[in-house]
Design a protein around this ligand. Structure first.
Ligand code: ADP
Length: 206
């Protein structure tokens, strides 16, 4: 079956990728979304683009991002609602960075429920803490992101552990979590994700 046919057969591909900072979820998310021809909706990217362009939203969230804190749930959820309402997201999407706590899970549930929709799969990238810290230090040197200071990294990892990790059990209860070993080459990890999605009847990516 070609990928095009696979997409035509696809019932829906509403996906979420979750993992600690440095797990590689951004990179894998882009690969998966490109293969399925669905947009990536990354809240971090949306905030950073607004900061770069100096929009009102950007000005509001700059200090929050630099400190590694979370942008208020209501504001973030409203932005995601708007983004998911656009035409290109009607055939599916891959969320990266949202929902990030249980309140946001409820906001997303409410929005998808209004459209008789729900998430089809949650890809959880498992990476040991030492490995993600090592990758983040490297990224700090390579990309110079303003929230990749030691202090902000530690704070973001703490928020992940206390607020984001608990959402995984919510989705596990719904039986939609695919736990993927996030250590290996980029291609190996993409192949693992692909196999997990294929097992759910979501198109084979590669
Ligand atoms: P990382 O996963 O490395 O922390 P992201 O790009 O996902 O990077 O997020 C960067 C920052 O953007 C977060 O530290 C936070 O300030 C803000 N942010 C992103 N997504 C959310 C969200 N769902 N809710 C609140 N704040 C968010």
């Amino acid at each position: 079956m070609t990928l095009r046919q696979a997409q035509d057969d696809l019932a829906s591909a509403r996906l979420l990728i979750v993992g600690p900072q440095g797990s590689g979820k951004g990179t894998q998310g882009i690969r998966v979304a490109e293969a399925l021809n669905i947009p990536v909706v990354s809240t971090g990217d949306i905030f950073r683009a607004n900061i770069k362009e100096g929009t009102e939203l950007g000005q509001k969230v700059t200090a929050i991002l630099d400190a590694g804190d979370l942008v208020p749930d209501e504001l973030t959820s409203e932005i995601v609602r708007d983004r998911l309402s656009q035409d290109d997201a009607q055939g599916g999407f891959l969320l990266d960075g949202y929902p990030r706590n249980t309140a946001q899970v409820h906001h997303l549930d409410a929005f998808l429920g209004e459209h008789d929709a729900s998430l089809d799969a949650v890809i959880l990238l498992d990476v040991p803490r030492a490995e993600s810290i090592a990758r983040l230090s490297l990224r700090a040197v390579e990309q110079g992101r303003s929230d990749d200071t030691d202090e902000a990294i530690a704070h973001r990892l703490d928020i992940y552990e206390h607020e984001t990790a608990p959402i995984i059990s919510v989705y596990e209860e719904r039986g939609i979590v695919d736990r993927i070993d996030g250590v290996g080459s980029l291609d190996e990890i993409t192949a693992r994700i692909s196999a997990a999605l294929a097992a759910r009847g979501i198109a084979q990516l590669v």
